[in-house]
Design a protein around this ligand. Structure first.
Ligand SMILES: Nc1ncnc2c1ncn2[C@@H]1O[C@H](COP(=O)(O)OP(=O)(O)OP(=O)(O)O)[C@@H](O)[C@H]1O
Ligand SMILES: [Mg+2]
Length: 371
């Protein structure tokens, strides 16, 4: 038998690191992009409580911010390096085999209307600690080109969850909720729909001493407060047209406090916050391209059974499932996306979708700090 031609297998290994607005932890993945994107390994480490407090404080102006921000960025970068090393250890892969790390950094400001966004991290230190090249600062080039700098994941959603026949939408339920509409033959649309876990987590931490409302059990025990819900929905962000993005600037415990009448039962507030997320996301999905055939959920909020049920209730006839059913683990999708954005930059390929972010054109996103 003649020898089979030996095709040279070139691996395209990248690492993605994500720590989102929920401040729950650091997610790191190892992915291969030599063919269709493949998730090879994942690892997560919790964010230490003192660092959570430091980072939360940095979301609002305070004394000696410049020093505190730099100190927090060094601390968070050391954790990124620790998570990366743990991931490499458990996958038996060496740093030399990785092309680059795509690191999102920790958002403490997002003000595209003023021309900037700020993700704390020290990419030079990460390159030094890991011995791997680091791609970072993905959002600012899109903002420089007139865009929102967010969301950046829709291009990746299209790549791994798009379908030629089925009209799909992807809803990421992280700290903030963002949707991507993937309608065959139509341009991709993606935008933030409002708060997901940031408000529910904050209320839960303040009143139930739990970090989050596991499976939405506490919210389920309460009643939706119609007056509070209407008041919350009157926030101008919900009526604004995309492209749009939001963060703790718009939706914080301080904002929630101004919406409360003062007599609401705490469980009712939790139920109302879950409903706020479900209703605002479902309405936003229907408003642009109409309801999809299938809605794929990802992010930590996809584990919230009550929230999932409420979303499905507002989208009758839509198959609502976690993205895991299509082989794309929803817990790791964001980190996977930043590995992909690093791969795009590494090969001088654009990472943004101008129709999503509002930028004036396609751009190479981020900067590389060589190993
Ligand atoms: N079993 C669960 N039940 C309910 N909520 C959960 C569960 N597991 C996780 N969560 C929620 O998911 C949150 C974390 O989600 P995720 O990591 O996707 O958000 P993130 O880090 O803010 O990311 P993003 O960048 O997308 O905003 C937790 O803070 C918690 O509120
Ligand atoms: Mg997270």
């Amino acid at each position: 038998m003649a020898d089979q031609p030996r095709s040279k297998i070139v691996s395209e290994l990248f690492i993605g690191i994500m720590s989102g607005t929920s401040l729950d932890g650091i997610d790191v993945v190892l992915a291969d992009f030599s063919a269709a994107p493949r998730l090879l390994a994942s690892h997560s480490i919790p964010m230490p409580q003192d660092l959570v407090a430091q980072l939360l404080a940095l979301n609002t102006p305070g004394f000696d911010d410049l020093r505190l921000a730099q100190e927090a960025s060094v601390a968070v970068t050391r954790l990124y390096a620790e998570a990366t090393c743990a991931l490499l250890d458990k996958s038996a892969i060496t740093a030399q085999e990785i092309q680059a790390i795509g690191c999102h950094g920790q958002t403490v400001r997002h003000r595209p209307q003023d021309g900037y966004t700020l993700q704390l991290q020290q990419p030079a230190l990460l390159a030094e600690l890991t011995g791997i090249s680091v791609a970072a600062d993905f959002r600012s080039r899109d903002i420089a080109a007139g865009g929102q700098g967010a969301p950046l994941v829709p291009a990746f959603h299209q790549c791994v969850l798009g379908d030629a026949q089925e009209h799909r939408a992807v809803l990421n339920l992280g700290g903030i909720a963002n949707v991507t509409q993937l309608k065959p033959g139509a341009p991709v649309i993606g935008f933030d729909t409002g708060p997901a876990n940031i408000l529910m987590d904050a209320w839960c931490q303040q009143h139930s001493k739990q970090r989050f409302d596991a499976h939405g059990a506490w919210a389920r025990s309460g009643q939706v407060d119609g007056v509070l819900l209407t008041r919350c929905l009157s926030h101008p962000f919900f009526a604004a047209k995309p492209p749009k993005s939001c963060g703790r600037e718009e939706f914080s415990l301080a904002w929630l406090t101004t919406q409360l009448g003062g007599k609401e039962a705490t469980a009712d507030v939790q139920a109302t916050l879950a409903e706020l997320t479900a209703l605002s996301a479902a309405s936003a999905i229907k408003a642009w391209y109409g309801a999809p055939e299938r809605l794929l959920l990802c992010g930590g909020g996809a584990r919230n059974d009550f929230l999932r049920e409420r979303i499905a209730l507002h989208l009758p006839g839509v198959r609502v499932e976690r993205s895991d059913v299509l082989g794309v683990p929803g817990d790791w999708l964001e980190a996977f996306a930043f590995a992909w954005l690093a791969y795009r930059l590494w090969h001088h390929l654009p990472g943004n979708l101008p129709e999503v972010t509002g930028a004036t054109g396609l751009r190479l996103l981020g900067a590389i700090y060589p190993a």
